[in-house]
Design a protein around this ligand. Structure first.
Ligand SMILES: Cc1cc2nc3c(=O)[nH]c(=O)nc-3n(C[C@H](O)[C@H](O)[C@H](O)COP(=O)(O)OP(=O)(O)OC[C@H]3O[C@@H](n4cnc5c(N)ncnc54)[C@H](O)[C@@H]3O)c2cc1C
Length: 241
């Protein structure tokens, strides 16, 4: 295993309910770890058979916090989150620790004035990791705007600017609900938020389910496109997580 990918043991030290489907899992490490900035880490099932990536939103030497949405078991399929849903404080958990996967520090270069974060559902977690890092490193020269789309307010994971007291941060919540046409309406509202800022000096970060990322910035791992491209945002100023 390379130095950047290490399997480590941890213990779940705190579970906090966000709503009936989403919980914050605080995982502490038996051996103290360097506070390396990482993008995602793998969490294993207790039998070690299943591993899925998660994005810690708080990272320090002894522990990380990961918001995890629990999905219902679908047939016989190997799924991790129905198992995570049964985990209790004090349980042991194995982690595959990845380091720096995206050039986040390069993204936060001096030339950009606004960091405009667009996310849907648990896609907000990489944005929260950036905010955590920016706050800890006193990056006061940026304006951060986070536009989060969620079904309704109980699904909000990024809840308050007060979590990042050192940052100039604005949180905009858009709700998609479930009625017909509400998704399109939310995308229109998102468009209005993008129109409010000076697009030439902003970087855009986009994260969420594939169909959402595609509508906003083109298919994941493919060419830039979607709403932002139509609005004149340059490819080099947009990062898809
Ligand atoms: C880089 C990366 C970071 C991630 N960070 C987080 C995180 O911080 N918190 C979190 O809860 N999840 C995160 N995920 C998703 C996570 O890795 C799992 O896919 C998810 O927990 C479902 O796992 P499962 O084994 O229970 O179900 P699976 O069998 O993998 O999927 C169950 C259902 O969930 C849907 N689904 C899977 N992944 C996503 C997704 N990313 N967005 C929307 N729907 C999805 C599937 O379509 C399916 O309907 C991340 C994924 C990636 C690639």
């Amino acid at each position: 295993m390379s130095e950047d990918v290490q399997r480590v043991s941890g213990v779940i030290t705190k579970i906090e309910e966000i709503n009936s489907e989403i919980r914050n899992y605080e995982i502490s490490f038996k051996q103290g770890r360097e506070a390396a900035f990482c993008f995602a880490m793998g969490i294993y099932s207790s039998c070690g058979e299943i591993c899925r990536p998660y994005t810690p939103v708080k990272i320090n030497k002894e522990c990380v916090v990961c918001p995890i949405k629990i999905y219902k078991q679908e047939g016989e399929r190997k799924m991790l989150t129905p198992l995570v849903g049964t985990w209790k404080e004090g349980d042991s958990v194995d982690i595959l620790w990845y380091r720096k996967k995206l050039p986040i520090l390069e993204m936060l270069s001096e030339k950009h004035k606004t960091v405009f974060m667009i996310s849907a559902g648990t896609g907000v977690t990489p944005m929260m990791q950036m905010l955590f890092y920016a706050d800890a490193n006193r990056m006061r020269n940026f304006k951060f705007v986070s536009v989060c789309l969620n079904k309704n307010e109980t699904y909000r994971i990024l809840r308050s600017c007060a979590e990042y007291p050192g940052l100039d941060l604005e949180i905009v919540d858009l709700y998609t609900q479930t009625e017909k046409g509400s998704r399109e309406r939310s995308l229109m509202e998102l468009r209005l938020e993008v129109e409010k800022i000076e697009r030439e000096t902003a970087i855009f970060c986009v994260s969420g389910p594939n169909s959402f990322v595609e509508a906003v910035s083109g298919p994941r791992k493919q060419e830039f496109g979607g709403m932002l491209k139509i609005m004149g945002v340059l490819d080099e100023n947009c990062f898809k997580f």
